[in-house]
Design a protein around this ligand. Structure first.
Ligand SMILES: [Zn+2]
Length: 224
């Protein structure tokens, strides 16, 4: 594998270029997986096989998941799904598993930091990598390796949901409604997408929660 075989990627409108990395990011409910599936479908339709991978821990078998969306595609030819362990990018075997010239990764924030080196290697092999994932956790801290992946990317698309409270402004906060304080709390029912104003209103109505958030943000910023 080298850049020499770049012609194996069929380009259409400059969308899928050898060695190109695109990151699709944003908060919860912002349409990242929807955008990723559109690109997967365009790649497939232009004759490129696509390997689609996602972390097994995020598998909920819901129609909104990437595997649900792939299953719902009218034509799935050339598209292969891979559920991976979160540390699977640390194993050399990953490169024998995913062989397509176009690789799509969903929920990339859950993978271990080794994902960054693997994506770099794929770039130098002339593969095109499409990555979707949450930019921040509920404490507004960069999530997993998404920050590094955005730096590597040739193109970054940031999407925003509409606030689920006022249904008007763009949502910048993935507000957690469940009481858990772990960074990873999987499940869309645990979150709502809020604009800054609605988030402020909600937090000022819940003083204890506000203090909890403040303390957590501090420890996340200055880990002991
Ligand atoms: Zn709002």
């Amino acid at each position: 594998r080298s850049f020499g075989n770049r012609s194996r990627i069929i380009m259409r409108g400059g969308l899928f270029v050898a060695g190109f990395i695109r990151v699709i990011t944003g908060g919860m409910f912002s349409g990242k997986s929807q955008e990723l599936i559109c690109q997967i479908d365009k790649a497939r339709a232009s004759g490129n096989p696509v390997d689609v991978c996602y972390p097994r821990i995020a598998e909920r078998q819901s129609p909104r998941d990437i595997q649900g969306r792939v299953m719902a595609m009218d034509d799935q030819s050339g598209v292969q799904l891979f559920a991976l362990g979160t540390d699977e990018f640390s194993f050399g075997t990953i490169r024998h598993k995913l062989l397509s010239e176009i690789i799509a990764i969903d929920e990339a924030q859950f993978f271990s930091p080794h994902i960054v080196d693997v994506v770099k290697k794929w770039r130098h092999e002339g593969r095109c990598v499409l990555i979707a994932g949450l930019d921040m956790d509920y404490l507004e801290q960069p999530f997993g390796s998404m920050g590094d992946l955005m730096c590597l990317a040739d193109d970054v698309v940031k999407l925003h949901a509409t606030c689920s409270s006022c249904h008007d402004k763009p949502a910048f906060i993935s507000h957690r409604v469940s009481p858990s304080l772990h960074q990873v709390e999987i499940g869309e029912t645990n979150y709502v997408a809020l604009c800054l104003e609605c988030h402020r209103k909600l937090c000022s109505g819940d003083r204890q929660r506000k203090e909890e958030y403040g303390a957590l943000r501090e420890t996340a910023r200055h880990p002991s």
